[in-house]
Design a binder for this molecule. Structure first.
Ligand code: CA
Length: 233
């Protein structure tokens, strides 16, 4: 009887223990599954948020790093447009100098602006120019850049310049002026090379901006100009 009781107790306890074990096991499985589900859900949620955050961050960085497009003030910058002469470009050729809209050399397309002299002149010079009369970027800097090619240029050489006038069109008086002359020597025999000059802080009374490619006095040789820009900085 005792044995039976013991056996029953044992069996009952065993069943209870087994049941409890199963319940615990099942609960554990449920908890595990639930925990796994929660963990997985949290992981997916965190991953989604991370992806969204990374996307927004990259978008922010991308937007932040995107430079604002430079405002171009010149037209016919590749010197390709025109009929008898290049649109919007004007020139001065004195005494021994010649200016030409040429197909001899080109950095882009088939044309460039050329100046040349076979003998020296101590008092005169030549230039190509373009004048901008639109909205003036008051308080801003402007930078002139142009590709230059020289063939056996000797003497004073080439300069590029920016001029600001209080009148539109020009009235012969430069209120602001910046040049590479006496700062950068542009002489010799070389292929297309970009040169720049900056005019700082445009005054509020400026009405026009003119850029110049100058074949200086006391210079001989051939010089070509192509792909110019005057950008607001
Ligand atoms: Ca060209």
């Amino acid at each position: 009887m005792r044995k039976l009781s013991n056996n029953l107790f044992s069996q009952t306890w065993s069943r209870q223990r087994t049941t409890e074990g199963i319940i615990r096991f099942c609960f554990s499985l449920q908890w595990y599954n639930c925990h796994a589900f929660i963990t997985e859900s949290l992981t997916i949620t965190v991953m989604k948020k991370s992806i969204i955050f990374c996307g927004l961050f990259l978008t922010f960085i991308s937007c932040k790093d995107d430079p604002e497009p430079a405002i171009q003030l010149l037209v016919n910058t590749d010197m390709e447009a025109g009929a008898a002469s290049p649109n919007r470009w004007w020139d001065l050729a004195q005494t021994v100098y010649t200016t030409e809209w040429t197909t001899e050399e080109a950095s882009s397309g088939t044309r460039s602006l050329k100046m040349s002299a076979s003998q020296s002149d101590a008092t005169n010079f030549a230039f190509w120019a373009q004048t901008y009369v639109g909205a003036i970027p008051v308080g801003k800097d402007v930078v002139l850049a142009v590709k230059v090619k020289c063939k056996n240029v000797t003497g004073e050489g080439i300069s590029i310049a920016i001029r600001g006038d209080k009148a539109s069109p020009l009235n012969g008086y430069a209120a602001q002026f910046s040049t590479t002359q006496d700062k950068i020597s542009i002489t010799g025999d070389f292929d297309w090379t970009t040169y720049q000059v900056r005019l700082n802080e445009i005054q509020s009374d400026i009405k026009s901006l003119t850029i110049y490619f100058v074949f200086l006095d006391n210079t001989v040789g051939d010089a070509y100009f192509d792909d110019a820009s005057l950008t607001v900085q």
